[in-house]
Design a protein around this ligand. Sequence first.
Ligand SMILES: [Zn+2]
Length: 423
Amino acid sequence: MATRAPFASPLAEALAEDVLERLLRYARIDTQAAYRAPQRPSTEKQLELSRLLVGELLELGLEDARLTEDSNVFARLPGASGVPVVGLIAHVDTTPDVTAEGVSPIVHRAWDGEAIALPGDGRQVLDPERLPELAARIGHDIVTSDGTTLLGADDKAGIAEIMAAVAHLVRHPELPRAPIRVAFTVDEEVGRGAEDFDLEAFGADLAYTLDGSGLGELEIETFSAKAIRVTIRGLSVHPGTAKGKLVNAVKLASQLVESLPPDRLSPETTEEREGYVHPHRISGNAEQAIVDFIARDHDDALLEEHVELLRGLVAQVAEREPRADLQVEVRDSYRNMRPYIEKSPRVVEAALEAIRRAGVEPKMALTRGGTDGAVLSALGLPTPNVFTGGQEYHSVREWASVQDMAAAAATIVELAGVWAEPA
Ligand SMILES: [Zn+2]
């Protein structure tokens, strides 16, 4: 057994067990979202956690804790007057890509640095030699799933940190604090977290999502993203009499995917600010096939180019098989939040200061995805994204460090204090 790693600060240490206990409790509730469901939330089961959180917020004594008509959890904690109102946001849902049924979290106390074999699936091993972030956390308390599901630290670590921080503020009314607004959204993972978000009812002047990853990271840059659906209609004929008649939509879909550039413009060949066009789902039969893409880039002009490239590839398939009908439908998902957040430099400075006070060296990072904050920032609520301490998201190998989660919770408490000070 390794020596247990120290905490970033006494405050982080004081919050650690509450954060852990909450993560373990919230992670066990299956809140998996679903793609392209007509209703909101996309899955009813997300609200099981939302309702539990309303109950816990009421028990803590927060004001006006409730589930809104748009399925968000809202609550308020009063604070100093004459200072900005600070929003804290996390999402209850988990990705549709990995199952969350029967999550059984495991805590590896004072992790000794050996590869972690997840007991539910022999193929799933967290090997520190391949995971530098993990290798740097010998002695940390590491939380994983059993290897058969995701853990759901995305974003239940964020929820646990907000709840533990708010509980601490309630227990310590002597600490100077700005007024706080809490929101827990649904369907963030399917790009609909901030849909119909009632900014006026929320009542914050600025906000932070707790939906980032590595220790100390603050994200003010996201991709701009579009969802693109290509619908291919062929002509289905019984294979016995199909000669000269069948137009197979499955084959045309396959040609379209195959025509994408092999060595660039994909998530698996790009990093940092480089964008991509990513086919993430294919469905259908000989009569009709649907290919769903996401296109993402930090640069809006380049994003348009990616969409045009895909339109060109679709046109080529259509040209080769004029009997088929190909339709392209493009939807905006979210925009890079950077230009909006840069208008409010104090929102960034306060977060960097709070991270420092929590005992952590802050670093600016960018996310190769979106957050609820991207949508909210564009609507006028500047909302950067703060680290949570979770890693390897959207995977059965997802893990989180208790020490890092505690530092995130401490950052939230410090944020409430920083915003209570005069500008
Ligand atoms: Zn998330």
